[in-house]
Write a protein that binds this ligand. Structure first.
Ligand SMILES: Cc1cc2nc3c(=O)[nH]c(=O)nc-3n(C[C@H](O)[C@H](O)[C@H](O)COP(=O)(O)O)c2cc1C
Length: 223
């Protein structure tokens, strides 16, 4: 595999959920927002709300960005031109989700390239009503995803991903065999186990065939 600074930034990505109190400079904020905006777009259908109210943010991050699917601005521009919107709301939503996603990911990569840590928060659209009130979002602006940003106060390992043969298919989508699926699951489980992921997250997986759990808390404490 080839490498360069951009590839290194991408391959070293890991979500950060603990932050120092240091506040990223205004120049950094401007840079990552502009990098976000520079993503490819279908109709510039993404916009960004910045919050600096640390106490309200997930993980107490100094910065919180809410990336929105924004059809409102397009409507305003169309009105000025005396043009009618003919695309359906569904079509606009699908394009908007794409524009906002690429914007979000550009912002994340830019932040990480400057030494900042980030974490996406996917519950944002499920609490849209609250956010619409809190940030005065007009009609046709949907909060799509949140991103916490700040200086990392933890240094987690890079998380494993499915292998390429389970993620990228040449020409046609294959019929996935049981063996392939089991191999992919085993690889992920082993990667996560090696990082104590399940243990750190206190995550328990139901065992097959009513098999009794033999995991010993005393053993865990002794480690
Ligand atoms: C759309 C989306 C929503 C996410 N929502 C959450 C979330 O609510 N809480 C959280 O701690 N992490 C969240 N994450 C981060 C993922 O858990 C994380 O990206 C994934 O486990 C892979 O780990 P990595 O980012 O460290 O490589 C989200 C990521 C994405 C892309």
């Amino acid at each position: 595999m080839l490498t360069n600074l951009t590839i290194k930034t991408l391959m070293n990505h890991r979500s950060i959920r603990e932050y120092t109190d240091e506040i990223p400079s205004e120049e950094m904020v401007e840079t990552i927002v502009k990098a976000g905006q520079q993503a490819a777009f279908a109709g510039q259908l993404g916009s960004i709300i910045i919050s600096r109210e640390k106490d309200k943010h997930p993980f107490g991050a100094p910065l919180y960005f809410i990336i929105c699917v924004d059809i409102h601005r397009m409507q305003k521009v169309m009105e000025k031109r005396n043009w009618k919107m003919i695309s359906s709301d569904a079509a606009m939503l699908l394009f908007g989700l794409q524009d906002a996603s690429y914007m979000a990911q550009n912002l994340v990569i830019a932040a990480e390239s400057l030494g900042l840590g980030t974490c996406y928060l996917g519950f944002v659209p499920f609490m849209a009503e609250k956010l619409i009130l809190e940030y005065d979002l007009p009609k046709k602006v949907l909060p799509m995803v949140g991103i916490t940003v700040g200086y990392p106060a933890e240094n987690p390992l890079v998380r494993p991903r499915y292998s390429l043969d389970f993620s990228c298919f040449e020409g046609k989508y294959p019929q996935l065999s049981n063996k392939q699926i089991e191999k992919a699951m085993k690889q992920m489980d082993e990667g996560y186990l090696a990082q104590d992921y399940y243990q750190d997250g206190k995550l328990m997986i139901t065992l097959d065939n009513g098999h009794e759990e033999s995991f010993d808390r005393e053993y865990e404490k002794a480690r």
